[in-house]
Design a protein around this ligand. Structure first.
Ligand code: SAH
Length: 239
């Protein structure tokens, strides 16, 4: 049986609700996927869970779906922010995709002293998060923030949010994730690592916990996946 297409829409969902399709969704469903009237489509909007819909009207540039029944309840990820220093475009795209699949609640690109990256297109990164959520069966799309400076973000850091500071300078030391409940964030540095100034700023924060990701230096995109897996298994929704 052909798989059921899955779409993220920005419209309310509920029993009997009509969903009007934007041009790109109509093109995808009817021209690319060759679906037609009566065919099922799964739809989510980030707040109302996942709904199984049926195609009510199929056109080349537009279309309408009708919501039949809720097929998944809304599932919010744990309260985990991912902060990372952007790297090369394809690797930054990878980070956003993997962070969405692994269940980040918010994705925050931060500029650090040694960040050197091409211009960031937040709209493109957000579109990657949407695609990853569509593909992985999630019902939540993490917002991707505009680029902010790490020191500015740290200056107004919430007192109740623990920070998993992944520090490559701690390679070889046995530093594990403390079992503190509550809101968390993960911080991954750029290819160039953190500056002494940033390390000093972080070590002065009670909320920051330096953590090692093992005896090898990982690339930033690998470190994101490793850190999120570790956190999810110990404190998140895998635990
Ligand atoms: N330029 C640095 C490496 C940076 S790796 C150097 O050569 O020393 C990019 C980021 O991934 C780091 O800033 C850190 O946040 C994370 N990272 C990579 N390997 C790690 C490890 N073994 N332990 C903790 N964090 C790590």
């Amino acid at each position: 049986m052909a798989s059921i297409p899955r779409l993220y829409v920005q419209q309310p969902l509920g029993e009997g609700q009509s969903v009007t399709l934007a041009r790109d969704h109509a093109h995808y469903l009817f021209s690319v996927m060759r679906r037609g009237p009566g065919d099922p489509v799964e739809v989510f909007n980030g707040t109302d869970g996942e709904w199984t819909c049926a195609v009510a009207d199929a056109g080349k540039k537009a279309g309408v779906l009708t919501c039949l029944r809720q097929s998944k309840p809304q599932l919010a990820p744990p309260d985990l922010w991912l902060m990372f220093a952007p790297i090369k475009k394809a690797r930054t795209d990878f980070i956003v995709e993997k962070a969405t699949e692994l269940g980040a609640a918010r994705i925050m690109p931060v500029g650090t002293d040694f960040t050197n990256s091409e211009r960031l297109r937040i709209d493109r990164l957000q579109a990657h998060a949407v695609e990853a959520a569509e593909q992985c069966g999630g019902t939540y799309v993490p917002p991707v923030d505009d680029l902010a400076k790490l020191d500015t973000v740290l200056q107004s850091w919430p007192s109740d949010r623990a920070l998993m500071f992944c520090d490559e300078a701690k390679v070889g030391q046995d530093l594990s994730l403390p079992a503190a409940p509550g809101p968390w964030a993960i911080l991954i540095g750029p290819e160039g690592g953190f500056s002494d100034r940033e390390r000093a700023q972080l070590s002065a924060m009670d909320q920051a916990h330096p953590v090692s990701l093992g005896p090898r230096i990982l690339r930033a995109d690998t470190a994101v996946v490793a850190a999120m897996a570790l956190w999810q298994a110990q404190l998140g929704d895998w635990a």
